[in-house]
Write a protein of this length. Sequence first.
Lengths: 503, 718, 358
Amino acid sequence: MTGPANGAKPMLRLQGISKYYHSAAAVRNVDLEFRAGECHALLGENGAGKSTLSKLISGVTQPTEGAILLDGKPVSFRSPIDGLRSGIVMVHQETSLVPSMTVAQNLFLGDETWFNRKRKLEIEAQIFLNSLNFEVSPEALVSSLGSARKQMVEIARAVRQKARLIIFDEPTATLTPEEKSHFFALLARLRRDGVAIVFISHALEEALQIADRITVLRDGQVVSSGQVTEYDRARIVSDMVGRSRPGDVQDVPPRKVRPRQKEVLSVRNLSMGKVVRNTSFTVYAGQVTGMFGLVGSGRTETARIIAGLAKRDFFYGGDVMLEGRPVRYRVPRQAMFDGIAYVTEDRKHDGFFETMSIADNLGVAAMARSARFWALPSSRLVSLFHHWKRKLDIKTIDEGARVVELSGGNQQKVVIARSLQLNPRIVILDEPTRGVDVGAIAEIHKAINALADEGYAVILISSYLPEVMAMSDRVLVSRAGKIVEEFSPETATEQQIMYAAVH
Amino acid sequence: MPREQHDGTSVCNASALSLRDRLLPSHLLGEVLSKDWIDTLIPTAFLGVTAVALFILTPGFFAAASLSDLSRVLGEYLLVGMGVAIIMIAGGIDLSIGSAFALCNFVALALVFKFQLHVALAFPLTIAFGIGLGAINGYLVGYRRLRAFLTTLVTLVIFRSIFDLLALNYSATLLQNYQVNGIALWDFMGDGEILGLPSSFVAALLVAAGCHVYLTRLRGGWHVQAVGGSRRSAFNAGINVRRTVAATFMLGGALTAIGAFFFAARLNTAGSSTGVGMELIVITGIVLGGISLGGGRGSIAKALLGMTAVICITNGMLRMGLASGGSSMVLGAVLIVAVILDIRWAKNRHKVLARNYVAPVRFVMPPLVDSQPGAATPYAMNQGLAGVSAIGLRQLEGPEDVILDEDDHLYTGTRHGDIVRFLAPDYSRQEIVAHIGGHPLGMAIDRDGSIVACVAGMGLYRTTRDGEVTCLTNETNRSRFSIIDDSKIKMADDLDIAPDGRIFFTDPSVRYELSDWLNEALEMRGNGRLICFDPRDGSTRTVARNLIFPNGVCMTNDGQSLLLASTWACRILRYWYDGPKIGQIEVVIENLPGYPDNINRASDGTFWCALVGMRSPAFDLMLEMPKVRERMIKRVAPDNCLFANTNSGCLIRFDAEGRVLQSLWDPTGEAHSHVTSMREHKGRLFIGGLRNNRIGMIDLPEAGQDWSGYRSYWGDAR
Amino acid sequence: MTTWWQRWRGIGGASPAIPPLDGPYDANNALEEGDALLRVDAPDNLFKVGGQLQFTSGTKRMAIIGPGEAVLVEDHGTEITAAAGDGGDSGVVALSGGTLLRVGLRPDATSRIGTLDGDITALAFDREGAILACIGSSKHGLGAWTRDLLEKRREGSLWRLDPRTAAATKLSHGLAYPCGVLSLSNGSVVVAEAWRHRLVEVLPGGRTKPLASDLPGYPARLISADGGGAWLAVMAPRNQLVEFVLREDEYRNRMLSEIDPAHWIAPSLTRARSFLEPMQQGAQRSLGTLKPWAPSMSIGLVIRFSHDWAAQYSLFSRADGTRHGIRSVLRDADRLLATSIGAGEILSLPLSKLGERI
């Protein structure tokens, strides 16, 4: 998949770029080139400076040293508006859409005509979204969309602005294989139209598949940069972490599927609006039950109903039986008391308390479960912190560090620790390894396997098929709001699972 | 049998609609719920309850005189309130309006009485003063990015103290001489009426209309909502967030000044209690209306409804002699109840909508014709399609329709949104002609050899032979009485091109997308329509309405009429688009044993039609019981719902008078399980299937060996 | 017991839910991949008499004398509805209408025992040699089993015929279409109540105690397995649409009166053969293939129960298979035999492959 002749003059060049956040160097002395019609992948662990670089290029922040040359001329962007005007568009990792407005309005945000008819705009938006094979209804409010569909609207907005250079920050994290294939086809079309693409991702095999040039960053510096042909997975990983690290999801040895123990949870005919449609399945202890499905197939909503975060239909809403006893939770607290822990898909949004330290986060969880403690001595907090630090290998200096300063992988571990603190019977993990770098993924997988081995019932919701196949003892496939089929990872192939998910 | 009917109602639905269904069609509930103005349901209901309560508790409340006084006061409040509403939609809040109102009132009186300025000059000056006050708040909140709540709390105190100082020192001298320059305008604004409505109320309505257009149509309004919804996203999208926020405060100041001016004209006093507590009443009204404190969500209509309710309550309680403490206590209770209802409604609306959107209707299907092997009818099952060979087996997904050009190349559409060409003569090599995105369904070849295709969810598209795609139309005229916006073409299915170039295509449903097309079969309601695109002037008109799932379209050879397949009604209709019977619809074939999909011409002047599925007695019986279908949709998972049998289908050939001559079957379903369309071309028949992974091909020895669709439409002109 | 509150909201007992096929009922293709011993029209009622394997096909009683070879033993002239072997040299056969015959290896050993009022759906011998007979419904014969379901009848009964005097005593009545009976070593009698999807123990005095309920289908004949437990043949799957129609009285009555029984919304022993039979949305073929997990009115299913009547595992032929309508099973040495009425085959599955202790 090589782009046009590399001899073409670089559209954008970074010379000696550095960015210091009150004396800490996020990016140091970076030289990079981006050519028209070329897909350039920026890879690196969390905190390696990828996002900072993308913010510099798009004008969200300004470099401390060095120059940015556009078509050879130095430019300085004071705000994203300048970036947009010179054709540089960025698709942010955390969504930058207006939740209270419709998809169509968001798509044209910033460059509406002075007088717009909502209906005409919605028709135009429908055509444009369809031409990218993104199935999103333009009349819907963005707040009602799942994170994957928000990502689609973000991508559509960037592409619509006829940019010369588009920066995609983790674009495929939320997409499932079906949507990914449409997205890659879109990238191919963009490159044919001479658009330069910056692809920032943790998914190394995707970068290998679609990029022409790869640059690996570590601790804010360029470790290596070159044609995609010079790279393979092992070299990228070793460049990223400075030494080769085992435990990648690809090299996990095929293991024996855990047998099912006693039935813990049985869901019968659960329904909620058009999202969850009469779904029925059973979950057993001592097993990882994988739930795979396309975007909008209702897996997250089903989990949220079970965990008391959402309410099923009043009439014919179906039943949830916890060890044979029908339960109906109005608030998550009740579910927690019954031992059901739900680790959210959108950890930044409702995963942890940003302003509180790690120890406090854990402390809150401990107090929530047991009515006895109405206060916790700080020594108890510290011991809690060390317990989970050892168990989940959370890399941080001290328990006082604020969670928001941790890397994606460690944040996820804190959220998991907070849920496990309730010593639940059922742990529902919703896209636990999204936006987490390779090393941390292996550790989270190790923690999940440990949970199942200890007899917990683990429900793993993931859109990344290799992860579902590697981690689950049984795979439930959900389509249009209903679990349609159960596969055993030993016998089923990825094509079979995809067929069940699509048709 | 009813022969002509412009509007397809009686033709498409032979059985009489139940009276209840005709008076209050059940599909209206679902459609009303899907509109976004339904959010004002709570405030409207609240206003209704308040009116009834006041009518009972305070006799004479609705007497003409008291109503006009009330609406005069209401006008002033509404003017101020709209300013605050826009500020809140932008994510801010303005507590200083009470004091600003008092100051503007004082300034107005000063200009008119003390400085003897003409009223027509004093009015704009007061507004300018109001804008100045707003600018102070705007600068602090917008540019210095201070918290709106605290800032306006501070300005409330400052403005109030300035007003008290001025009132203390100058109020006496202010009103010495009553001589007003431009007294006519002054009195008009104070007590005048237009068409029986107080001037301030009319002004409020005008401003409301302006604000509504501003918020829903103009770029500035959208930017206000964007900033209110998410300040950072607006910033990233290149909107000048600071200026927008400041502008909303200045607009608020202006509207407060207008309200104050009307107040001054009415009362001519600058009492120390002017505007005290106004912010509580106004903000209560706005929040009651459903505008969220967090910003981004809300509309002017909601604010008006909310404030009207609140002011009626406060006014009503004054009449009942409740002390002011009592009225604010009641106000607080009212606010709490309203907010709870609003949140609960916003959360559950999508569930109620999902449950009630599908609205089945009664439909009596005529008795089923026997199509078993050896039956005496032309539909008897045979092995006609057993010998079908497959093209592009397992390489295609969803070739709904197929068409061939003069060079015998084969074109079809795929689920991924591409138009694919199989190269003659052996159709083993395929190439992508163009990528459109939506799933291309029905196709036709135009005089210049370009392919015109109906694309699901997108409309009508033309693709030239070298792959250049242009959109012909994606919007038709909106029908007057339809609640949902049926101007958008949701699911264009098949088309055909008239000799004069006009393109007639069907839009089977105004209520469902392609992914929900199954609901149409359960509804049996005339949701479909026939649309005509005229390339000569680019216009798109809906020419026939209330058809049950109109699907296949094919021009007859008489140049005046076209055949139309009404799938779920198992009928083939004829629509006259020219000639004496223009605009009329009549039934050509009634009571087919299966569901007709695409219709195309055959070599001997007859027509082919694909039956995409066959009727079954159990489903026909359920069509007569709409309530059963409604319960089934609500209680049974979609996959388990009863449905038409679309796994076995056949092709039939019939003549223009509606006599079915022949049918071709594949009883085992192994050779070609699912058929939605067929195209005859030079002695061979090519078969497409919406959910199939191949194109079928079979020889027709007795058909015209050199007959081609293109020449039968356009002769040899190329 | 469903309260009115549950019935109004359609939850709990009033919920139209059916058990999903997971856990012990985890779907697989064991029956479809098993090898066919022989092909015969509508085989049923496998039993052993004098060491010889016999089965019934319509009115004929046949014997299996080798792989792929069966020979007619006797043609009884009327439909045979049930049969069972006493473990020794003789067996019992029930003809439509309720007449019971004692049979042996050759036709001349046939003798008449007595008659019961109604088609006998299942037979078994208890420890003392007495004959246990189930009458599915006093109103409808075996052939009209779907009508009995759709008319929501609960008129099945269990009888015991004294080994010497053949006097019939009624053990229990008001059963929901008993279609399988088994006498356990401890003397208790287990009956498969088809319309209530459960296995119950019939206690002295006629009351019943549920042993295994909420089965995913309509249970039929069952036989004991080595080391306790049992094999159960499930003749048809539970289907959410059928259970919905059972609640819609007006639709159901008109369907029963106006539509041909072959085209009813009802469980069936064979795959849909004509497009006049009802189809559900999930059963649409996409990309030319029928999904194994598509909803269907017929299935091939045998369930293995442990000694405490907990389901252990099950053998399936799913929606895309042909070997449906399995109404009787028999354990013979190291293999399990099953009769598939839908495919017209007798299947043989080596027990070793199923993880059984031989």
